[in-house]
Write a protein that binds this ligand. Structure first.
Ligand SMILES: CC(C)(COP(=O)(O)OP(=O)(O)OC[C@H]1O[C@@H](n2cnc3c(N)ncnc32)[C@H](O)[C@@H]1OP(=O)(O)O)[C@@H](O)C(=O)NCCC(=O)NCCS
Length: 160
């Protein structure tokens, strides 16, 4: 599965993928106040801002998954329900790790919603380890929203 940079023309499609995936998997685990802020438009705006750090897998115009990097963080990783269990997520995380390593990151981290067991299992089998439960500042349209999360970390191989 080839992973490539996201195209601006794919933002609406990616925003729908993110919005639907978030409400399916995260809304049941997180405070209602945060859920109310997670509108389709909010995801569209965040993708617009992060476009240059967004990588996708799947057909042009209709990607089935994406990742977003932010500094040393694997900031987002979402795969459509149909593409889960297919290896798309593995391709996206391998690409994300390679890009982080190329930027000189030695230890990458990510925040996982507490109770997101499928994602946790995926990260663990991808070589990430649970570093602990920490308070993370979730990005919202009204400012940072403090949220307890599972912090995962992975030491990255140096790029060859
Ligand atoms: C997290 C995500 C990217 C992982 O990709 P994926 O294709 O589902 O990953 P895989 O199927 O390769 O691996 C998931 C593992 O969890 C297991 N699993 C499935 N449901 C599970 C559950 N309810 N509890 C625990 N493990 C579960 C699967 O069996 C698989 O493990 P296995 O390979 O040992 O059998 C994808 O599920 C996704 O996009 N989820 C919605 C968005 C999300 O939660 N993103 C992460 C934000 S931190």
């Amino acid at each position: 599965m080839q992973v490539r940079s996201a195209d601006a023309a794919e933002i609406d499609h990616l925003a729908r993928l993110w919005h639907e995936g978030w409400h399916e998997t995260h809304a049941p685990l997180l405070p209602p106040h945060l859920t109310r802020l997670r509108t389709l438009e909010s995801f569209r705006e965040r993708l617009q801002a992060a476009l240059s750090d967004t990588r996708v897998a799947g057909p042009p115009g209709a990607p089935v998954g994406f990742s977003v990097l932010k500094g040393e963080e694997l900031y987002q990783l979402f795969v459509s329900p149909e593409a889960r269990g297919s290896g798309v997520a593995a391709a996206l995380i391998a690409d994300a790790e390679a890009r982080l390593a190329e930027c000189g990151v030695e230890t990458a981290w990510l925040a996982c919603a507490i109770g997101n067991e499928r994602a946790a299992r995926f990260y663990e089998k991808s070589g990430w380890r649970l570093a602990g439960t920490v308070v993370n500042q979730a990005e919202t349209s009204t400012g940072p929203f403090p949220l307890e999360v599972w912090r995962y970390e992975k030491r990255l191989a140096r790029p060859t």
